[in-house]
Design a protein around this ligand. Sequence first.
Ligand SMILES: NC(=O)c1ccc[n+]([C@@H]2O[C@H](COP(=O)([O-])OP(=O)(O)OC[C@H]3O[C@@H](n4cnc5c(N)ncnc54)[C@H](O)[C@@H]3O)[C@@H](O)[C@H]2O)c1
Length: 258
Amino acid sequence: MPRNIVVTGSGSGIGAALTTLLRAQGDRVIGVDLRGGEIDADLSTPDGRAAAAVAAAEAAGGVVDAVVTCAGVSVPGKAMVTVNYFGTTEFVTALRPALAAAPRPRVVLIGSISGTQPADPDVVAACLAEDEDKALTYAERAIADGRARKLYPSSKSALAQWARRTAVAAGWADAGIPVNVVAPGIVLTPMSADIFDDPEMKKVMDTAVPMPLNGYSQPEDIARAVLFLASDDNSHITGQVLYVDGGAEATLRGPEDF
Ligand SMILES: NC(=O)c1ccc[n+]([C@@H]2O[C@H](COP(=O)([O-])OP(=O)(O)OC[C@H]3O[C@@H](n4cnc5c(N)ncnc54)[C@H](O)[C@@H]3O)[C@@H](O)[C@H]2O)c1
């Protein structure tokens, strides 16, 4: 039986690579993206997220076997809050009933090594309190104070914490729904292309994200890890952040932090 897999950000980079691999193994992908997917949606707004979830559940006949959230942005701004965090958490939460209807449902979120880097604690706390207005107010303050660079790490840190909390909350693990995060280092996609146009930026990124194992990754390298976590073979892994980062996290945090 082909599984119904909902993939956000299916039109580019990691989401597009994953869509190709899933279709190649016979799964049915319901792609959600700004344009060009099965469902065109703007996940930056509450209405856009809600409508996308309704449309995705409907397209799947009410039974969603897996949700993988790849939609995201990296240019510092309010979208760190509206797309990276709430565009993921509210979308996944809205699909919980359709996931619970599947025999072996799975959820995988795309985080980032950046989630381990210095964040804005107020933005993170407001996200985790599910208060989007407050998170946006703190994000605006960070932008005005010249701390906009902390917003991407903030969104990915909050996302990883949300996943760990949600994974073991009522209605998820106890309903057979594992929730995990795949956290890449630097992946060669349109999102990271700007880094390579600017030698100074490349130097900064190589220091911030050292990848001694095989260097920068391709989107397929990330997609293959997602495939496992989203598969039937993942029976007992939940609430985990899997760093697919060429050794960056182990290099930066050292052996004690795991
Ligand atoms: N590329 C990297 O180096 C890297 C590293 C770590 C984490 N990530 C994360 O991986 C995920 C995928 O990134 P990518 O590199 O494939 O980027 P990408 O830019 O190639 O793809 C992102 C996709 O998200 C979609 N999207 C953006 N805003 C949206 C919105 N409001 N509503 C619906 N869809 C929207 C885009 O249209 C695009 O198709 C992101 O969450 C990103 O933060 C990427």
